[in-house]
Structures are given as C-alpha cells and as structure tokens.
Design a protein around this ligand. Structure first.
Ligand SMILES: [Zn+2]
Length: 356
C-alpha cells in the first residue's frame, strides 16, 4: 500500500474500453503518468491499473451504496485530517490518517475502483494543502495559524465537492438508493480537463481518455464509450441497482433471480387485469368454466371423448375473440355471446350423451 502516490497534486482517472473483447482498463494516477501508460503500456509504481470485464463500474457504484460504512469512514478520516491541518501540523501528525486511508484502499481481486479513486483524490487534495502549509512555515505563529485555518476549510469544501455525486439521493435508512446515472450527471455538471490520447497499436488506432479531478466527467466519458458499443447503464426497475445492458432490447430488471421473479409477477397481474377489463373475456370465462364443470362427473375415458369437442369449440371461440377489443361494435359482442351460449348448450347436451 506504500505506492499510493500521495505526493501527486492532481488526481486523474483514465479509461480504455474494448467492447469486442468485453474488457475495460481503469487507471488512477497523475494525468501525465496515465498518459505515458496508455502510450507505452508499461505500468509504473506511480499509477494504479485495473483490467477487468466491461461495465464493472456499475458494480463498484452498487457496492458503495450497499456498504455505507465506506462513506462514513472516509468522511470521518477527512474530518480528522482537516483538524490536523488546522493545527498547522505536518506530515507525521497526519500519518495515522493516511494509514487508515491505505487500509480501505482495495487492491484485492474485489477491488472497487471508485472507492479507490475517492481515497486517492482525498490524499491528492490534502497533499496540495500540505505543500502550501510547508511554504508558509517562515511566517509568525499567528499568521501561520491563519493560513492553516483557511487551508483546512478549503480542504473540507473540496472534499464536499468530490463526494457530491455520491450523496445518496434518498436519505431513507431502510431503502437503499443506488446511483442514478441520469440525475447525477445532470445535477453535477462537470467542468473538468479531459485528455484524449490516441495511440497506434498492433490492432490499429486506439483511443484513451483521462478525466482530471472530476468523477462526473469520468462517468460521462464512460457512458459515452458504452454507448458507442451499443450498451447502456440503467437502474433495475425492482431493486434499483445499476446494470449494463444492450441499448435497444434491454431487460428492465438486473440479473438477480429475485428481481426477475418479482418482475414476472407484476407482468402477470398486469396482463390479467388488462384481460379482465375486456368484456369478451368475461363472456368467454363463463363459457369455459361452465363447460369445465360438465366434465366433473365423467370417467377418464368419457372425459377424453368430451375434451375433443370441448377443445375444438374453445379453439373456435378464441380465434373469434382474438380480433375483438373493448372498442369493437356491439353487434360483434352480441354475436360472440350467442356463439358462447350455443356452444355451451351443445356441450351440455354432449356431456349427457358421453356419460350414457
Ligand atoms: Zn434488481
């Protein structure tokens, strides 16, 4: 964890997407360092590179919403750092805070690159302030404290700006809320420096993007990249989690089985309600339930015989009903009703014949 480039002054996040191979590369570091990496593909210990499946940023964002402890921990540490800065204390005094940040920086296979980006940005912001403080040490004690107080306030304000896109939309403790791409991008307009790096590799020209000090700018670039590959990030209609799907023919729920089954139930209820609203449905349902009743007292053998005719009549009625809607003329409704009555009578008589 020592190599988390605390001495940098500008936190940037680089992105390269390769939809053909379902792959994304996310890089944290100073803009120039990231640029060099994209050009030469040789990672240095001053950047942090993550290669993985395309679209995993959605998972990172979901995990931040699921694990609220992270945000609390980050904010607590930032407050401690601001207090140290306010007292005009140097690197040693703030070391325990950096250690805490280091412990939540995830280098494991489960690494959360957004979480890492936030930690890295906090360290970059702090170090800029520390450098300013160090240049003021020759001042009188009173003047120094004035500077340190201002720097501490500035640091907190910049932190608030950094986490603005992560403030949960609903502050309801019971209901988890997930990042909403549309709202967050619209509400947090980005004013960021964006670098575009074009590099000619074996496979031809490749384009890499680097966003400076703005997560929203990074997200905008990321969404644009997915869009060019005909992909989009959206929220699940049931649980709200973000997931990546094809742009046009997308499902409205995420991959969770629970969400899929809830969605099915909703669709079933909706289509049943719609069917019930159709007056032809009620007429047909009456026919079908009465004729089913006639089967009750039959032996399996008799039932088999009866069902041949019952199925044929049902098929005829359903074919007729298929073209009817609530707005069909009344004469059609009457014709359908008469047809149902006629077939019902026929089947009642037939059921007697079958049972003889
Ligand atoms: Zn879901």
């Amino acid at each position: 964890m020592d190599r988390i480039f605390f001495e940098n002054t500008t936190a940037a996040i680089g992105i390269y997407t390769d939809p053909v191979n379902n792959h994304e590369t996310i890089v944290l570091g100073e803009p120039e360092e990231i640029r060099q990496f994209f050009r030469n593909n040789t990672p240095t210990d001053r950047i942090y590179v993550c290669d993985r499946h395309l679209g995993m940023i959605a998972d990172d964002l979901n995990r931040i919403s699921d694990n609220r402890k992270f945000m609390t921990m980050l904010t607590d540490t930032v407050n401690d750092m601001a207090a140290v800065l306010k007292e005009a204390q140097g690197k040693e005094a703030v070391a325990p805070c950096f250690e805490k940040l280091g412990n939540i920086f995830t280098e494991s296979i489960q690494r959360n690159m957004i979480q890492n980006y936030l930690i890295y940005s906090v360290s970059a912001l702090y170090n800029t302030k520390l450098a300013e403080l160090n240049s003021s040490v020759k001042l009188t004690k009173k003047a120094l404290y004035k500077v340190s107080d201002a720097l501490s306030t500035q640091f907190l304000a910049e932190y608030d700006e950094l986490i603005k896109p992560f403030i949960l939309l609903q502050e309801d403790d019971k209901k988890r809320s997930y990042w909403s791409i549309k709202e967050q991008i619209e509400q947090n307009e980005c004013d960021s420096v964006i670098h575009i790096v074009r590099s000619h590799k074996a496979k031809g020209w490749q384009t890499f993007y680097i966003a400076e000090e703005s997560f929203t700018a990074f997200m905008s670039l990321y969404i644009e990249q997915l869009s060019q590959a005909n992909l989009m990030i959206r929220n699940c209609d049931i649980c709200g989690k973000l997931y990546v799907c094809k742009k046009n023919r997308y499902a409205t729920v995420c991959g969770d089985n629970e969400c899929k089954s809830k969605q099915h139930t909703i669709i079933n209820v909706r289509s049943r309600k719609k069917a019930m609203a159709n007056p032809f449905y009620a007429v047909y349902a009456k026919f079908s339930s009465r004729c089913s009743n006639y089967r009750r007292k039959m032996t399996p053998e008799q039932r088999k015989k009866y069902d041949v005719r019952f199925s044929a009549r049902k098929k005829e009625l359903l074919a007729f009903k298929k073209n009817l809607t609530e707005t069909s003329p009344y004469s059609k409704m009457k014709a359908f009703q008469a047809m149902c009555d006629e077939y019902e009578l026929e089947l009642r008589e037939y059921s007697d014949v079958v049972r003889e």
